[in-house]
Design a protein around this ligand. Sequence first.
Ligand SMILES: [Fe+2]
Length: 606
Amino acid sequence: MSIAARAVAMRDARTVPARVDASRARVGAAVTRKPPRRTATSSSYLSVRVVPRATAADASETPATASASAPRWDLPRPPHDAGAAPENGTWSPTNQTIKDWRSLYKNTTLSVKGDGEGRVIEGAAIEGEIPKELKGTLFRNGPGLLEIYGKKLNQFFDGDGLVYSTTFDGEGGVKFRHNFVGTKGFTDEQAAQQMLYKGAFAIGNPKGDSFYNPFDFDVKNVANTGVVNWGGETYALWEGGKPHKMRSSDLGTVGEVEEVLGTKLRVPQMAAHYRIWEGETEADKRLIGFSIESQPSKFPWTSNSAAFYEWDAEGKSTVVNNFDVPNATFAFAHDCLVTENWYFLFQNPTSLNPQKLLTEYMFAECALAETICMVDGKSAILHCLPRTEKARKIGQKAIELKPQFFFHHINAFERENGDIVLDSLPWVFMDFSMNLDSVNPAFFNGGSRVEYTRFVVDPVRETCKQTILNNRVGEFPTMNNKFVGRKYTHAFSAGTVVKDDVKWGPNQCLVKHTSDPESESPVSEQVWYYGERCFVQEPIFAPRPGGTAEDDGWVLQVVNDAGAETSKLHIFEAQDIAKGPVASILFEGEHLPPGLHGMWAQDALY
Ligand SMILES: [Fe+2]
């Protein structure tokens, strides 16, 4: 089930705003000129004006709230500006922070009828200059509707998937297109103009009944978590159900499928996360995805069927490796890691709570996802699954870890001494009842923190040493795919403003981490803070064509500004993010949802 996937977003979403930066003064002005609504056949343009990056003096003249409908700014001081984050100990999330953050969880302004033609972003406030070598397409997916014909979703993770792409033509031109994923649920509800289906995180029954069949685990496939473009094909991914094939040219939906790139899925669902293995040459390049069933489907029901799939650069299947993963029921293996010889899945210490199922869920008093709970004292398990003959000689392993909850991993690699290093962002714990209404400033004092953590594993002795490398809470890691599965030093993530062992906050920063692959010494950081009213999404790394240095390229990140009510895509030179974005694209008049995951497709130009 994709329950887990969504709790993540909760954290993701926690990106906060900042002082209205200089750029925002101009952006705010642009926002007041809302263009007419677009239709599926229109090709209206987002105007792009190239404006110089504003100065600090400009920023001081900027009103704190740039839109009449934005949350009111209630603090007796102006919001903090973009740039350097407030010093440690001088800032914590406030009620204003929570109010701003919650305001972003609303329906997108993008049409539910799509924009298959695409729109050229022509004069729409591109601040700075888009790098000429940046050529390719950024794909993103995320929940686009949080209210369906008058019924609000109390959980972000249940929103219908909205896939959008931003294509850079390499000559400074930018094209944007979007489409909701045409799932059965989305299509039926749009036709009926009412909510018809329950989501995994929803409380209550859209049909109005006060009783659920407790054994009915069927929930709406919202197709909202990931997107992959490979071998000319595009799929919207949600781990609780089948993938949806999309037309790469206009992001229209072909339909729900049981095959991906011609490969029949062993388990009729596919995780929203995958790894892109670049290898040494184009011939080595692989897309590596996986499936794992949430409950055993075969006798004696003690293991969960799983499979790792690999496709070459052309989209041709090269191998399918099947595994039986013991005792992994409701383990939420959301993400994976891969090295030259191994695949890795992390099993969460979760289990179905039958009492909650029969006393709360059955009477529509809690969501299905809330019946899956962390079990006190239960260990997490690292499953080491052989990818090559060398690993098969060691054998499939299940290594016990301390209790913690895993969503997203960073990277893994093998050391010469046989140790395997796995870097991840584990949560201290996970509570699936957490939702938009339950988060408050106190939530960010201790609690379920998420820190850059290194696991050094000896697969032969079945041992693991766990070390925290950074005490800045963060989520949504990304890196240069050329270093996936290999020794690496740089990773990028969404991060909080506060760097502290206890306190933290919503994600309001882009963070560049630099680690030592040969030791467990703390990472060093570079940080760009977007300002007090801005909340950041997952960063994506785009390599410079021909570049060899690991951080030679750009980081792309969509940011929602609650004060100015804008959505912007920022582009950073990855080698120096602290200087701020080199270009920022305003999606003029549009609210892009605080999204989940995406990818950079270098060769995709549509
Ligand atoms: Fe995820």
